[in-house]
Structure formats: structure tokens, C-alpha cells
Design a protein around this ligand. Sequence first.
Ligand code: ADP
Ligand code: NI
Length: 217
Amino acid sequence: MTDQQLIENTIVFVKNTLANAEGGHDWFHIERVYKNAIQIAQGENVNLLIVSLGALLHDIADSKFFNGDETIAPRMASEFLLSLDADSAVIEHVVQIIKNISFKGGNKVQAFKSLELDVVQDADRLDALGAIGIARTFNYGGFKNRKLYDPSIVPKLDMTPEEYKASTAPTINHFYEKLLLLKDKMNTKTGRAIAEKRHQYMEAFLKQFYGEWEGKL
Ligand code: ADP
Ligand code: NI
């Protein structure tokens, strides 16, 4: 099978698997991340097949939606790629990307490093920022029945991965616990430049939000 056929088969598999996914983690999230990843990869010396498969498969079974089980996604991805007879080194690398891409509060040591992971991680982080980032965050908050905002519940910046997962804080807190921290964590030049613009947009959104909350705007 050619690389292109491998990618096309993976697209069909991911679309089917995510048919009923939450609006912020559905096929369109994957499609945006895939496009971001290809764009970022132009400025980096990376293996495009690994970047493509990593981007397409990175949220195939997000542990948030599977009782915290982090073993399902890597297993599904490797079984799927094995069924297509993909190269074992490619499968191993894609599995490492899936296992290590996630933020989880930002206080976790990342066990695996590669340029391909850097690219896919930046591509995924960009989709957490800007107008789409805001939309996804409130959609997830609604999905979890979170409050929009509660001034008496302050953001927590020193959460362990376990606390981060278990948090029931209002959605606005997620801006301080994750979204506004991302621009300083970007891996690539292209990713950082786009993140900077989307960050400014979120800062403006928050200013407007608090202004309206106080009835001042
Ligand atoms: P993680 O933060 O665990 O790595 P994701 O990268 O899958 O999870 O998060 C993707 C997006 O889902 C976030 O950028 C945000 O829009 C939304 N999201 C995740 N956790 C929360 C949360 N606790 N509150 C609001 N939105 C969230
Ligand atoms: Ni993602």
C-alpha cells in the first residue's frame, strides 16, 4: 500500500470511529489538526507519513470519554495500522505520538520526544486556541454540565494529571489552567507565530466577557 492509500484508509477509519463524538473532538477537529500539521510540517524536517497518521489518529479514543482509560487509543491505532500492513517502525512512532500528545495540566513529564510529535502537538494545541478554541471549550463545558463562570472558584495552576482530569471547575477557569499557557509551550516556529495571534484573540474575548459580566460593556 502506498503512503497516500494508507492515509486515505486512515481518514475513512477515523471518520467512522468519531461519527458520534462530542463537537470539539469530532472528525472536524481531526481534519483541522491534520491541516495544521501539514502546514507546520512545511517548515520542519519531518516524516510526513508519521505526521499525517499521528494527526489523524491522535484522538481516536480520548481517555476523557473512556473513563480515563489511556490504553484504548494506542491499541486501536496499532491494531488498525497493523491490519493495513503498515511498517512496524511507523506504527511504533504513531503510538508514541498518541500516548504523549496530551496536555493534562502541563505538569507531566513527557516520556517521548520527536520532531513529528512536536509538529502534531503544536497542530492540536492550535485548535485549542482562538475562536475555535473558545467554541470547543464551551462546548466541552456544556457537555460536562459545567458553569460558564463562577468568580468564587479560582483557577488552579499546580494540578497533577489526576486532579486536572477530575476537575469540575467552571469553563472560564480552563482558559487559565490550559489555554493561555499554550503559546509559551509551542514547539515550532510556525506554531508559535499562529498561537500568538490566537492568544491575543482569547485575551480580548476574556476582557469583553468580564466587562459584560460586570454590566460595564
Ligand atoms: P487535554 O487538555 O486533556 O490534553 P484535550 O487536548 O483533548 O485534552 O482538550 C481539547 C479541548 O477540549 C480543550 O482545548 C478544550 O477546548 C476542551 N477541554 C478539555 N478539558 C476541558 C475542561 N476541563 N474544561 C473545558 N474545556 C475542556
Ligand atoms: Ni486533539
